[in-house]
Design a protein around this ligand. Sequence first.
Ligand SMILES: [Zn+2]
Length: 157
Amino acid sequence: MTLTAHISAGSAVAVATGNPVLGFFAGLISHHLLDAVPHSDLGSLGGNIHNILKDRKNLLYVFADIFIGLIVFIFIAIKIADFSLVFWSVGGAILPDVIDNSPFWSVRARETFLGRYYHKLHETVHFTITNKKYFYLGLLTQLAVILFCLYYVFIKT
Ligand SMILES: [Zn+2]
């Protein structure tokens, strides 16, 4: 899923747990649960860690996602008013993609035993919609996740 969806889920996890350590691990679990939901992401557009920096369309997608995700993160951090809780919960929620989907270090990380194993696990529980006919359906599943999580944060704080 997009960074924005994972940040939103991490925010909801922060509110649900109320504890940075629990939030971190629950955020980590939320990442893989949400990746299993059919969705459209950079992979739907043919993007991957090898070509992400070479294609302007991929870069635009990534920077838009980072920008929107950052706005959501700042909004939630202000709303919850406990930066440590939000930081660790959101950190857990985005960590798998930071480790496994970065164009800067993931190629090397995947060459290690642990990195290769983790990449395999990450991909196994990942459902990217690759059929362009259903691309927008995959965006809708993420929009639903984002709205549900932000609504949860909003009503609980
Ligand atoms: Zn992921």
